[in-house]
Design a protein around this ligand. Structure first.
Ligand code: NAG
Length: 230
């Protein structure tokens, strides 16, 4: 049954967990924060994936959250989901499902963090961090990635999108790649999203199908789908 899928089973165990933003940004010194009782959309998926991968949760989390698993200051954290996905694919614990199943592509154009340093505690007063982040953005900018435009996603989902898949929602916001992330969850043949919702303040299963959620936000353009490699 669907509950056998580990991402889904573990993800559901987080239902009602409180949504709190910026839990990774409190300390000046960058270190591995493990705070699964308060999550945002990204940290929710990270904790679930780290648990689903098995054996060492801490080691998994570090490999998921930091470029090549190495913690070396704020810029070593994988802030952009495209970078996060790239890292996971490179290290063999994620599979790019949209790349295998969708012919639609888009070119990455990343600049949001370096152009909005005031929005990030660790960038606001550190030109050095801004410079390093800008370098990371430059590496990925221009890279072609596969996506599924939202008008190609029916309420019922698609055969190649499975329970427990990680869904990353693409955005038209200039300089940013992904606006939100969550976990695919089929209910009565419709594809819903299991996610940490900032508006509801906790981890929920969306009442509406994912397609409706996408239609509600003009800047949400489509999705990328990635899967934990077993
Ligand atoms: C992401 C943030 C990242 C943070 C993560 C978890 C961006 C581009 N990325 O949305 O800095 O580590 O959430 O809180 O803002």
């Amino acid at each position: 049954s669907e509950d056998v899928e580990p991402m889904l089973r573990i993800g559901k165990s987080y239902l009602n967990t409180k949504y709190v933003a910026n839990t990774l940004d409190e300390d000046q010194e960058e270190k591995l924060i493990i705070q699964p009782k308060t999550v945002d959309c990204v940290t929710f998926v990270e904790y679930v994936l780290a648990q689903a991968l098995g054996s060492s949760f801490t080691e998994n989390l570090q490999n998921i959250r930091y470029r090549d698993g190495i913690i070396n200051g704020y810029p070593s954290r994988l802030h952009y989901t495209s970078d996060w996905i790239d890292n996971g694919v490179r290290h063999g614990f994620l599979q790019d499902i949209t790349a295998e199943n969708s012919t639609y592509t888009t070119k990455l154009d990343l600049s949001y963090m370096s152009t909005h340093p005031k929005l990030y505690k660790q960038l606001a007063n550190s030109p050095e961090n801004v410079k390093r982040i800008a370098e990371c953005e430059k590496v990925l900018t221009g890279k072609k990635v596969h996506t599924l435009p939202k008008n190609k996603l029916p309420d019922t989902g698609l055969t190649w999108i499975e329970n427990g898949d990680i869904i990353a929602i693409t955005t038209s916001l200039p300089g940013l790649d992904i606006a939100h992330v969550g976990i695919a969850y089929y209910i009565d043949d419709n594809l819903h999203l299991l996610h940490a919702s900032s508006s509801l303040g906790k981890v929920v299963i969306s009442e509406e199908p994912l397609r409706h959620m996408l239609d509600n936000y003009k800047s949400w353009t489509g999705i990328r789908v990635v899967r934990m490699s077993h």
